[in-house]
Design a protein around this ligand. Structure first.
Ligand code: NAP
Length: 213
């Protein structure tokens, strides 16, 4: 396998939503899950999100000292086909290395990050994973949002998935765990396997296997 191990991690409501209607962030996890997420961040070589997550949530994507003392921050990777990332996005701070994965079509820009070009219209995930592998990145934690999670699943690139289900209902057309066009036939459905399931804090943590492992 000449690509990193790919692990999806997300938190969703009981009705499968990962944010409020309109995409505004909502706290779904509790302290027990935040601790788990930060421990997972500290254990991987890279964390990856899509540009909409940066625009909506403006996350730092670092490991919080409070949950994991003295941890090394993984490389942060953002999928951004048109290089739209604001120069003051918190993910561009100097707390960790950041790679903006973009396309050949995006215009040149000076930002506090390495720019990696893979693909013409959208970031080509296979190409990106090969490039990251060449740089010694052996594991990638995909943190969302739903569009990026769907792309990784659809491309057959996911090894494992952790979903924390919080005890709340959001409803409406709020973003879901997997966006994208969705399956219209049985063949298009992405099937998972439950490896384990546990009560964690006030929610449930499900660990899925995705490949035939
Ligand atoms: N609860 C959770 O665990 C959690 C975690 C993270 C985010 N969220 C929520 O998720 C929402 C954002 O999710 P989202 O689905 O709107 O956007 P997203 O997945 O964060 O970003 C999607 C964007 O990434 C870019 N992209 C580039 N190459 C791509 C590729 N190969 N595949 C997929 N996307 C690619 C595209 O924009 P360009 O074409 O412009 O490049 C695409 O529209 C926010 O509301 C956020 O709060 C929740």
């Amino acid at each position: 396998m000449n690509r990193p191990k790919i692990i999806i991690n997300a938190a969703m409501s009981a009705d499968g939503k990962i944010a409020l209607v309109g995409g505004k962030r909502i706290k779904i996890s509790d302290e027990a899950d935040f601790k788990r997420v930060h421990e997972m961040r500290a254990s991987v070589d890279a964390i990856l999100v899509g540009i909409n997550t940066i625009l909506k949530d403006d996350p730092k994507l670092t490991v919080k000292e409070k949950y994991v003392p003295n941890a090394k921050n993984p490389v942060r990777v953002v999928l951004d086909s048109k290089l739209r990332i604001p120069s003051d996005a918190r993910v561009l701070n100097s707390m960790a290395k950041t790679i903006i994965a973009t396309t050949e079509k995006a215009e040149e820009r000076e930002i506090n990050a390495e720019i990696m070009r893979c693909g013409d219209e959208r970031v080509d995930l296979n190409c990106l994973m090969k490039e990251l592998w060449k740089r010694g990145i052996k594991s990638v934690m995909v943190e969302g949002g739903g569009t990026v999670i769907h792309s990784f699943l659809k491309a057959g690139l996911v090894d494992e998935m952790y979903v924390f289900i919080g005890p709340l209902i959001i409803g409406g057309d709020a973003p879901t765990l997997a966006e994208g066009p969705g399956a219209k036939s049985d063949e298009e459905v992405i099937r998972l396997r439950i490896k384990s399931c546990e009560k964690l804090g006030y929610g449930i943590l499900i660990h899925y296997g995705v490949k035939n492992d």
